[in-house]
Design a protein around this ligand. Sequence first.
Ligand SMILES: NC(=O)c1ccc[n+]([C@@H]2O[C@H](COP(=O)([O-])OP(=O)(O)OC[C@H]3O[C@@H](n4cnc5c(N)ncnc54)[C@H](OP(=O)(O)O)[C@@H]3O)[C@@H](O)[C@H]2O)c1
Length: 296
Amino acid sequence: MQQQKVLVFGGRGQLGVELCRVFEQRGFSVERYDRQSLDVTDRERVEQVIATRGANLVINSAAYNQVDIAEQEPLAAFEANALAVRNLALACRQSGARLVTYSTDYVFDGCKGSAYVETDTPHPLGAYGVSKLAGELYAQAYLEDALILRTSGVFGPAGAATARGNFVETMLRLARRDQPIRVLADHLGSPTYAPALAERTADMVAKGLSGVYHMGGGNAISWYKFAELIFELAGLSPVLEPTDERQYRTPARRPKYSALSNQKAEAAGIPAMPPLREAVTAYLDARRQAVTLQSS
Ligand SMILES: NC(=O)c1ccc[n+]([C@@H]2O[C@H](COP(=O)([O-])OP(=O)(O)OC[C@H]3O[C@@H](n4cnc5c(N)ncnc54)[C@H](OP(=O)(O)O)[C@@H]3O)[C@@H](O)[C@H]2O)c1
């Protein structure tokens, strides 16, 4: 049987790194593209790469993720999160490749008060959420079989080396300063471990699933409780104080309760996500190993 080929865009992001690893392990021929080798907003280049590489599958984990800065530069967010997905969808339609792309819990306003399911009506609160929702719509406008995975608070070991990092890295960095750390206790999400998300993406591709699926970390947790868990497992004890959205204001409004229910995916036979404690332990182990390797 001919080996399946996958193109991974955004391949140096914390999810992209895991996607390349997992699809390689599953026997795919993997071509990784980072922003330098392929800017997804460059329509001609996207068309050329997808038309000539003979891939069965295109996975887009490239994204503009700067939620607050997007309020000052909504066009940049829209280009990377919406128009780029249009570029990819049009090119996949031409070549017959399947498209997998990622969206966010921030397509919701957080007013529901319980975990969001795929049939809930989106209502983003800012430029980032609007741009990601538009990306979903573009994928669905041009393709019958696009797989759109909405996820939440992604953290993967590669985040330790990227400029933007992730919540775990932010907490570890803040713990090195000798100052109290204030974290929102009234906002809940479902933090998602990138390696586990990549594994489930491959499971979904293998099953030929298409449409919108939620794939968050599994359980709802406040950012404060998540920080507490990180410090406990990292063996750190900084002064951690709960705060709320009235005291801690950000340029972008964020949904208060944006946990995602994975029930639809689980009903389709996709394994449940690992418990958050297990995921953070694995994250910290992977991080320690990377540091040991660098220093040896
Ligand atoms: N991170 C989260 O908390 C979170 C939450 C919900 C949903 N998601 C979604 O999950 C997916 C994976 O996110 P992630 O956590 O892996 O993000 P990430 O670590 O920030 O990786 C995104 C990658 O995309 C690249 N990129 C940005 N603009 C690009 C462009 N125009 N062309 C090509 N590459 C570009 C970035 O490169 P540079 O480093 O050079 O910018 C980065 O390597 C995204 O769709 C994201 O929206 C993430």
